[in-house]
Ligand binder design. Structure first.
Ligand SMILES: Nc1ncnc2c1ncn2[C@@H]1O[C@H](COP(=O)(O)OP(=O)(O)OP(=O)(O)O)[C@@H](O)[C@H]1O
Ligand SMILES: [Mg+2]
Length: 454
């Protein structure tokens, strides 16, 4: 999973390159680093384009971390480089080597964490989007104790990441990970579930009981579906975060608790804040660090390894291979339920597996095959994955809004560029998918983004 480091140098590149290689004692596993030093004459827009093209050519962005070392900053260009995925842009100074060294050390630690079996064997996928999320979580776990908010569509692995965060956190992992599903907190029991209660605090409270906060002391409290937390409780919970103290239901005594807070939601919490359903002050407390899990559509290249992982999980020792046509089908299909839906589909195939040869298209559930249409598999093989009717609907709506032909074409092109980039691992892959050269795609991307790049 470890990716090479890149240090891009500008001006006096030869001198700096020699100093860096000697001073930083580049470890052997980072060898590609030494051959990936990029040289730009000056850090202007022209240099930016050349750096972009060079990086694209190597298909190293964004999974590989890049430091750009330079002498004369041009703020617009620096912003564009960071937006491209350059890990850091370091200005030449007496401390520059020290800064580079500490960045590399930190990245080494994150890479080592991602290679641990608890991560590598359970959180499957090597796509740029997924590895980016894994890195964010490893960084949070290793270098900070701040609250983390996980957002992303349903079934994208938020709970998996919360568990990974707990397991990598050197302090919290010595204690409990307490999971509270906020959708199950009814108004009546919510206070007691979180804060615990005293004996006789309410009808049925026959004995005193610890709540989730007490159980998570020293460890991690994971509030799943945090957007469902009732408003009254949000105020009380905010106090816990601010004062690290809480009272059991029915008690006047303050108790102390300290824990790492991880929250997850598939709602747009900012929209909830705007509509008064979620407290803004609580939002900023729980979202000290954030990580958005990519949808399966944004990491299609991970589908084959996920399928193999799920087959092995379900099949134990003699797990069959998946046939190429099944893999192709699964990789192209739409998943509104993301990885969870893929998992269920693979399990359904395994249930129909006859016990010899590869897992094939015929193992798919009947309703899946019937959904291909009246002509069955042949129709599926030939049918486009999109339908002209969708295009008609879109064009009709745009024409009604008086969108002209030129603007329509521009909108379609911008959407195609954006989606291909989102769903590809590299600009080169996106370009070949769109049938253009990387340079042409880069220019279109720059045109679509307009002033952002400059
Ligand atoms: N990268 C992955 N590798 C292996 N399994 C995965 C991966 N991502 C998700 N899964 C599996 O997909 C299922 C859904 O994951 P998880 O429960 O973490 O999703 P979620 O984002 O919390 O969903 P929801 O918002 O619906 O609660 C689980 O069975 C999980 O093990
Ligand atoms: Mg979940």
């Amino acid at each position: 999973m470890a990716a090479p480091y890149i240090v891009a140098l500008q001006n006096s590149a030869e001198d700096l390159r020699r100093i860096l290689l000697r001073e930083l004692e580049v470890p052997p596993k980072c060898q590609p680093w030494s051959s990936k030093i990029l040289v730009a004459d000056s850090l202007d827009h022209e240099a930016l384009h050349r750096i972009q093209l060079a990086l694209m050519g190597d298909e190293v962005l964004p999974p590989c971390r890049t430091l750009l070392f330079h002498r004369s900053p041009c703020p617009g260009v620096e912003r564009a480089l960071v937006a491209m995925g350059i890990g850091d842009v370091i200005e030449e100074s007496a401390q520059a080597l020290e800064v580079i060294r500490s960045r590399l050390q930190r990245w080494e630690q994150v890479d080592a964490a991602l290679c641990l079996p608890l991560v590598a064997d359970n959180l499957i996928g090597g796509s740029a989007a997924w590895v980016g999320a894994l890195r964010t979580i490893a960084e949070c776990a290793l270098f900070s104790s701040a609250a983390v908010l996980l957002t992303g569509q349903t079934g994208t692995g938020k709970e998996l990441l919360a568990r990974m965060l707990h397991s990598l956190d050197p302090q919290a992992r010595q204690h409990e990970l307490v999971v509270v599903d906020c959708t199950t907190l009814s108004r009546d029991i919510a206070g007691s579930e979180l804060f615990g209660h005293e004996r006789g605090a309410f009808t049925g409270a026959s004995s005193a009981r610890d709540g989730a906060i007490a159980c998570a002391d020293g460890g991690t409290l994971f509030l799943d579906e945090v957007g469902e937390l009732p408003l009254e409780l949000q105020a009380q919970f905010l106090r816990v975060l601010q004062e690290k103290a809480y009272r059991r239901v029915g008690s006047t005594q303050w108790q102390r608790a300290s824990f790492r807070l991880v929250c997850a939601t598939n709602r747009d919490l900012m929209a909830e804040v705007a509509e008064g359903r979620f407290r803004a002050d609580l939002y900023y407390r729980i979202a000290a660090m954030t990580c958005r899990t990519p949808s399966l559509a944004q990491r299609r290249s991970d589908i084959p390894s996920l399928v193999r992982h799920f087959i092995a999980h379900a099949g134990g020792g003699d797990a069959p291979a998946a046939s190429p046509s099944l893999l192709d089908y699964l990789a192209a299909r739409h998943y509104s339920g993301n990885v969870r839906e893929l998992y269920q589909l693979v399990l359904a195939c395994m249930r129909r597996y006859a016990g010899a040869g590869p897992l094939s298209l015929a193992c798919l559930p009947d309703e899946e095959i019937q959904a291909w249409g009246a002509d069955g598999a042949a129709a599926q093989a030939e049918a486009p994955l999109w339908h002209a009717a969708y295009v008609d609907d879109f064009v009709r709506a745009a024409l009604r809004e008086n969108v002209g032909l030129k603007e329509l074409g521009r909108m379609v092109e911008a959407a195609a560029v954006r989606l291909a980039l989102e769903e590809s691992e590299s600009i080169t892959a996106a370009a070949s998918w769109l049938g253009v050269t990387p340079r042409a795609l880069h220019l279109r991307k720059a045109a679509a983004r307009g002033p952002d790049l400059h």
